[in-house]
Design a protein. Structure first.
Length: 88
């Protein structure tokens, strides 16, 4: 059974509830007894583990090339002052 998160817009209480897919959403707050409950939509993270799933699957959009352009940057060598250039 999935876990749904609810938040009361009146008193601000937030809680989780195990419910079946076929259950109707809750409407009455258990704290203030008003009908101001709203379901909180939270993103879920799905991780596929086991043989047959690869870490590189679906990393790049389908049909795009994987080659990258290299940019050359010229860096000037740093010059360090010699002992004769140092002022006393």
């Amino acid at each position: 059974m999935p876990i749904y998160t609810y938040r009361c817009e009146n008193c601000g209480v937030q809680f989780e509830k195990h419910q079946s897919f076929t259950d109707s959403p809750l409407k009455t707050c258990p704290e203030c007894r008003k009908k101001t409950l709203k379901k909180v939509i939270t993103p879920t993270k799905i991780i596929f583990k086991g043989s047959g799933f690869y870490a590189t699957d679906n990393k790049s959009p389908s049909g795009s090339s994987t080659s990258t352009k290299k940019t050359e940057t010229k860096s000037e060598p740093e010059t360090k002052p010699t002992s004769s250039e140092k002022s006393e």
